[in-house]
Design a protein around this ligand. Sequence first.
Ligand code: SF4
Length: 328
Amino acid sequence: MIKYDPGYMSLSDSAFREKKERADLLSLHCSLCPRRCGAGRLHGQAGACGAGKEPEVAHFQAHFGEEPPLSGKHGAGTIFFPHCSLHCAYCQNHQISRQSGVRYPLSAEQLGLIMVRLQEQGVHNIDLVSPTHFVPGIIAAVHAARDKGLRVPIVYNTNGYETADTLELLSGIVDVYLPDFKYADERTGLRYSGVADYAAYAKEAIEAMYKQAGDLLLDENGFAQKGLLVRHLVLPGYTQESMNIIDFLKERLGTAIGLSVMSQYAPCYRAHEFAELNRKLCVAEYDEVVEHVQEAGFTQCWIQELESNAVYFPDFGCSAVFGNDLSR
Ligand code: SF4
C-alpha cells in the first residue's frame, strides 16, 4: 500500500516563514511570474495580471470535472483565484481571469480556513487554480491550514508560465504539479496569449516541477498523491504543435508522468477575433493527436472524449458553476 504524507507536513515553521519572506520580496517589485512587471504589490499596486496586495478568491467547491485521480469519489477541493498572468483569447475562465467577476479579498488565515473547510467536505486534495500571483498568501495559508489539521495533498493548477524562483519557493509545499503545456512555438503563445516567451518558460518550468515532484504517484485507490500531471488542450488547426509537445515530454521526462489530453476547446471570449480559432476541434485532427499520444506509450494518460467540449465550460455567474453534475 502506498502511503504518502503531503510534503508540507514535514516543513518546519521556520522554513514556511522563510519561504513567505522570500515570496514577499518577489512581490515587492513583482517578479512572481515571467512577466516581471515590477508592480509594487505589497503597496497595493495591481500588476499586469490584475492582482493587488491581498489574496482574492473567486470561487471554491468540491469539483468533479478534474481528471479521475484528482476528482476521485468526493471531488477535488478547487479554489479558483481571479486574475491571470496570461491573456488567452479563448480563456474558458475569462469571467474571473480577465473580467470583473465576483472576487473576495481575504487574509491568508481565511484562505487556510477555506482549505480546511474543503477537506471537511471530504475532498481528495486542495486544487489551487491560477495560483501564481498569490503565492505569498498561499504559502502562509498552507502553513495556517496545516496547523488547523490540513492533511490532503496540495495541487498547483497553473497555466505553465512560471519562473524557477517561484517554483523553488513551492518545493516542500506543493505535492502535485498540474501545469498546462499550451504551446511549443513562441509565435502561437504571442498570438493567442500575449507573451512572446511562453514555450521557453513552460518547458523550463515543467522540467523543474518534475525535478521536485517526479512521476505521478497514485495511492491504492488511484488518487494522486505526488508528482507531475501535464495538461494539454488541443487547439483547432494545431495538431503538429500538440505532437511536438508530446514528443518533448516523452524525450525529457519519460512516460511515467501523468498526461491529460483535452478536447474541450470551444470558441469563447475573444476567440472569434481569430478566424482559425472560431470553431471546435474536428474528429480527424483530435484522432491524429490521440494516436500520437498512444504510440508514445505514456502509462498514466487521460484522454478526454471529443464530445466533452460543452460539459466543462464554467459559468462563474451561476450558483452551480460547472452545472449540477460537476458541482455536487
Ligand atoms: S504575477 Fe502579476 S504582478 Fe507579478 S509579475 Fe506576474 S503579472 Fe506582474
